[in-house]
Write a protein that binds this ligand. Sequence first.
Ligand SMILES: [Zn+2]
Length: 126
Amino acid sequence: MKPVAQTPETVTVHVPFRFAKRGGRKAMVLPTPAPDPWAVWLEWYDDGTIHALYENPYWGGKPGGRKKRATAMLKRAGRGDWKCLECGELLPFLRRVDAIYCNAGCRKRAARRRAKRAEYWRLKWP
Ligand SMILES: [Zn+2]
């Protein structure tokens, strides 16, 4: 009879940590649980309602800032404001709630357009 799965010779385990000097001694620093930008999202339903959904973090079970973020996103979506100012596309859910552009490209395009417009008015009225 053949074994179902052979055990590998070596197993690589990745442990995320770094060393930091603490008063001349090296100390192991573990990563702090960072906010998960994918944990909050919006859903548009056919009946015209918008739902803001979030997942509780696995370590605490309490929503923390996610409820606040979901509420802020829902407020903007209710105004029809959860869109990029430059291209008009829907903002990605990982963007900050006060973001106005969908990515750096749109932000730079808007800045170039503003600069061009400023240059135009500068030349018109010296
Ligand atoms: Zn955009």
